[in-house]
Design a protein around this ligand. Structure first.
Ligand SMILES: NC(=O)c1ccc[n+]([C@@H]2O[C@H](COP(=O)([O-])OP(=O)(O)OC[C@H]3O[C@@H](n4cnc5c(N)ncnc54)[C@H](O)[C@@H]3O)[C@@H](O)[C@H]2O)c1
Length: 384
């Protein structure tokens, strides 16, 4: 199989590595020679590390690198069975590339985009044959993260969706199918993990170290919300929240926070700039968590109930199946449990009660309980 990758920044380079490791012949195209050279040398370094760790042999490492051709000419995509685009997040620029690409590849070549925030349908619209277009959303770093969200556009033919899914499954990834809606599954369902944590910080319920401690030690999450936001970068994380908020027609459930916006404005972007909520410079002192068990349990119950509510509502409006929603959160952001399975475990009525208590207290849209949870509680049903 010949796979084309357009754009070899962070994501394109990772996707090329994944496809080549799965024995595909890969052609990588980028308009920057510098990016092409960097991508090639970065892969050589990754392979050297994998040899050291005993994950690949010298021979496999050479084969993986040899199967990738780097080119600054788009017509090298000729003969590709599938092309995945991972260039700058801009609709007009992506349209230009797809229009040029369609005149090079064959009729039955699948054209896919790795976009995080643009509508797949709007991207497909520029093509002569939009039925061949599909979204394939990898997570960073693509070689390590198991999840790929597969998003059919309104125009996508069922056979194209099936073929894209089967191909990426054969690369050893876990795929989930998602309706073309803002944030897909992961970037939508995860919003309360950050926003509810920031809300509690702003209101003085607890400091950020205590909230992180509670989510890790009591909630079982790998990283606390503030650690994770510092890791992702406040510029990136804030933009995702704002994009989802706008795309859902300003639904109060996704309202961004000034606290995070100010951090981004100050250049306190997190780990990458040496300071976010925490300080990362050598010898810097950070606050210690309170480790108050009752407070910790309150924090976890509030954030987890909000996450469950968002996951349930994602099912309620048929964005994905219950199984795929749970798979996505476990494999895309490493949640300790699937949120809907967690709801079953906690009890659906309990989740409704937590949401209703928050709604009564705040009278804010963000705390409205999903109708599906209310209905399930009434009928004593479960997700699985
Ligand atoms: N970074 C992430 O965590 C992440 C995760 C999932 C999806 N995405 C999506 O993947 C895409 C790429 O993101 P990234 O972080 O890898 O970006 P990046 O900035 O690291 O790389 C983009 C690459 O595209 C090249 N490029 C720009 N315009 C081009 C053009 N017209 N033709 C050919 N090459 C061009 C640039 O030279 C650069 O090498 C975006 O759509 C983004 O939304 C990013």
């Amino acid at each position: 199989m010949k796979v084309g990758v357009i754009g070899c920044g962070t994501m394109g380079s990772g996707i090329a590595q994944v496809a080549s490791t799965a024995n595909c012949e890969v052609v990588v195209y980028d308009l920057s020679d510098d990016a092409l050279a960097k991508s090639k040398s970065a892969l050589a370094k990754v392979m050297a590390r994998l040899i050291e760790k005993g994950r690949v042999t010298e021979q496999q490492s050479h084969a993986i690198q040899d199967r990738i051709t780097y080119s600054s000419e788009l017509n090298q995509m000729q003969g590709a069975d599938c092309v995945i685009e991972a260039i700058v997040e801009n609709l007009e620029i992506k349209h230009k590339v797809f229009t040029a690409l369609e005149s090079i590849v064959s009729e039955d070549c699948i054209i896919a985009s790795n976009t995080s925030s643009l509508s797949i349908t709007s991207l497909a619209a520029c093509l002569q044959k939009p039925e061949r277009f599909v979204g394939v959303h990898f997570f960073n770093p693509a070689p390590l993260m198991k999840l790929v969200e597969i998003i059919p556009a309104v125009q996508t033919e069922a056979t194209v969706l099936d073929k894209a899914k089967a191909t990426i499954d054969s690369w050893g990834k876990t795929t989930v199918t998602v309706k073309d809606t803002p944030g897909f599954i992961v970037n939508k369902v995860a919003r309360p993990f950050y926003s509810e944590a920031i809300k509690m910080l702003e209101e003085g319920t607890a400091d950020f170290a205590t909230i992180d401690w509670a989510m890790k030690e009591i909630g079982g999450f790998r990283m606390g919300p503030f650690q994770l936001m510092d890791f992702i970068g406040h510029d990136v994380n804030y933009v995702v929240t704002e994009t989802v908020f706008k795309a859902f027609y300003y639904d109060g459930r996704y309202k961004p926070s000034f606290t995070q916006k100010r951090l981004a404005e100050a250049g306190y972007l997190g780990r990458k700039s040496g300071r976010g909520f925490y300080k990362y410079t050598e010898g810097a002192e950070n606050i210690e968590p309170t480790k108050d068990l009752l407070l910790g349990e309150y924090i976890v119950s509030r954030i987890v109930a909000m996450l469950i509510n968002e996951a349930a509502d994602t099912l309620h409006v048929n964005i994905a199946t219950a199984k795929d929603i749970d798979l996505a959160m476990q494999n895309g952001v490493n949640y300790p449990k699937g949120l809907l399975a967690w709801a079953d475990e906690k009890g659906i009525q309990y989740c409704v009660t937590v949401m209703d208590e928050l709604f009564d207290e705040y009278r804010e849209e963000r705390y409205r309980c999903s109708p599906i949870l209310r209905k399930m509680a009434k009928n004593s049903t479960t997700f699985f």
